[in-house]
Ligand binder design. Structure first.
Ligand SMILES: [Zn+2]
Length: 566
């Protein structure tokens, strides 16, 4: 490909709207173009990289026994209503009526369509296990599209579904996919960490994410450097610091004028925050919920949502709290009725906490559970934090930011039961098919590679997914000898099947080198009047500083060697 003809211009300036490195570099390298919020076109270089990622994924799915097929993006909303996941996805699901006023959805995922298809194509246990996948466009109306290709509303995803007769079969399918995913990341040059994850709106029990650790990652990962424990912060558990128990003292009221927050109350009464009880109010599916948690610990809203089994959860406003007759700033579980109270298990150890008094400017000392108040539910609803104990080995937890580049789920029978996807066992009895679901967003993976592999000059593509392998960079094209040798080399390398981006523009060496580095092509081949003095060209890898001078005769062989790893 000649750079003079290439669709997609490089730009020097960092675009103001780009907040992550991958977004900046993709725009500056002329690889993507924003059409609407979270909706992008891929220009030829990015599209070539994406196709390579797609081929690696397809290859690994096929090797694992997957069968490729194609399901439609357009789905009847009725399928989603049958599983109730239209509500779980909420506004993220694009829905609209067709001309006959039938409701349709643009698929954010395909468990329903797959189960429906299985209901008429799987009859017997002999038809199982089955691994079926497609690589197709998905739609999710993200509330906050961001980071270029990292969080978008339309994207290409590979989603595979495993269908098995029982849990044991599901475990085997799951492990096959786990291995296939690991192979994919290795081939894309991406170190991906396997972490425990929340199942979210997809549903199901076991679930893992593959994470790439980068500063720009919007997910927080809690991990243990001493053992292999790693989990998304949404899901992570920890051993919370224990508060000493002791003799329970009688409750006493104290005046706390103007003190409402935990920081204020703990400072004013000179007790550590860990010896206070914090009241947090949520609206869960329209109902006010009272959450009690130790003052030094934060609520994990994902855990709380799972415990409540609700679809929508948000913090209550002060007006909503006051309307329920509660004294904001001094709310207390002691003596309150008519509201559901949920506590984190952190409050069940320790003694003599400071809590609100349900009276303005007043708090209570020596509040103890269960002596002084009742709870509707006690569960782990705390946000695990670095520094706390590892639930596995009791070591000290650390935290890091990461980008999710894959998510796999053990779904079970939830969806197959609702869509009539069943099979007959050897004894003639019918059972629901046990399903698993395995997704990778291709554009997200591409962006994650750039987040992980770049320098201050631009992208550094790993060879297997680089748009082109070789950047042929002749300098001083006004010199006819340079032009002649470069044109000949370009024709030779193309004829040998090498992937060459040929910078045939009459630009300065600085401009050409900058563009080559920005676009991140793994191998740069420079021809100049100086290299031609020894009838040679300079070969330089994008990832290395040193270059080598190689005679033009035989250079194709050398380049074939260098690119054969792809
Ligand atoms: Zn550990």
């Amino acid at each position: 490909m000649r750079v003079s003809k290439l669709f997609g211009k490089t730009q020097r300036e960092v675009p103001a709207e780009a907040d992550t490195i991958s977004h900046q570099l993709l725009l500056r390298a002329g690889m993507i173009h924003q059409v609407a919020a979270g909706v992008y076109s891929y220009l030829p270089l990015a599209w070539r990289a994406l196709k390579k990622i797609e081929n690696i994924i397809r290859d690994e799915m096929d090797k694992a026994g997957g069968q490729e097929l194609m399901m439609p993006a357009l789905q009847p909303l009725e399928l989603w209503q049958k599983t109730g996941r239209d509500l779980a996805f909420g506004k993220s699901l694009f829905t609209f009526p067709d001309r006959r006023e039938r409701k349709l959805a643009l698929g954010p995922t395909h468990e329903e369509v797959m189960a429906k298809m299985a209901s008429s194509n799987v009859q017997s246990y002999r038809d199982l296990p089955l691994l079926a996948y497609h690589i197709q466009t998905k739609f999710r109306d993200e509330p906050r599209p961001r980071g270029g290709l990292l969080r978008v509303r339309e994207f290409t995803m590979k989603d595979l579904y495993s269908l098995d007769v029982d849990e044991e079969g599901l475990d085997q399918s799951y492990n096959k996919m786990l291995q296939a995913y690991q192979n994919i990341y290795v081939r894309c040059g991406l170190p991906a960490l396997l972490v425990e994850a929340d199942s979210g709106a997809i549903g199901g029990k076991d679930s893992h994410e593959f994470m790439v650790i980068t500063e720009s990652g919007e997910d927080e990962i809690i991990y243990c450097p001493d053992c292999k424990y790693a989990a998304n912060a949404d899901k992570a558990q920890s051993i919370k610091s224990k508060i000493e128990s002791g003799e329970l003292f009688p409750i006493e009221e104290v005046k706390t004028p103007g003190m409402a927050s935990i920081e204020q109350v703990s400072g004013f009464l000179k007790v550590p925050q860990s010896h206070t009880l914090k009241a947090v109010f949520y609206i869960a599916d329209g109902k006010l919920i009272f959450v009690v948690i130790r003052g030094d610990i934060e609520v994990n809203e994902v855990k709380l949502k799972n415990v409540l089994r609700c679809l929508e959860l948000r913090l209550a406003t002060e007006a909503e709290i006051v309307a329920a007759g509660i004294v904001a700033g001094s709310a207390s579980p002691v003596g309150i009725t008519g509201i559901k109270i949920i506590a984190d298990d952190s409050i069940t150890s320790g003694a003599n906490f400071v809590a609100g008094a349900n009276k303005p400017d007043t708090h209570l000392r020596n509040v103890n559970y269960p002596r002084d108040f009742k709870l509707d539910l006690v569960a782990d609803i705390a946000l695990a934090r670095a520094g706390e104990g590892c639930p596995n080995c009791r070591g000290k937890l650390s935290s890091a930011h990461g980008i999710e580049v894959g998510h796999i789920f053990k779904l079970g029978t939830f969806i197959s039961e609702r869509l009539g996807a069943s099979f007959i066992d050897p004894n003639g009895a019918s059972h629901p098919i046990v399903m698993g679901s395995y997704g990778i967003g291709l554009g997200r993976l591409l962006a994650a590679v750039i987040e992980y592999s770049h320098d201050d000059k631009g992208i550094i593509w790993p060879l297997p997914i680089a748009p082109y392998h070789i950047y042929l960079c002749p300098l001083y094209l006004e010199n006819p000898q340079v032009t002649a040798k470069a044109e000949k080399l370009y024709a030779d390398l193309e004829a040998q099947g090498l992937e060459v981006l040929y910078d045939d523009r009459k630009e300065s060496p600085g401009v050409k080198f900058n563009d080559a580095d920005l676009r991140g092509i793994p191998i740069r081949v420079t021809i100049s009047p100086r290299t031609l003095e020894t009838n040679s060209a300079e070969i330089k890898k994008r990832s290395e500083k040193e270059s080598e001078l190689v005679p033009l005769e035989g250079i194709a062989v050398r380049l074939k060697e260098l690119t054969s790893a792809a």
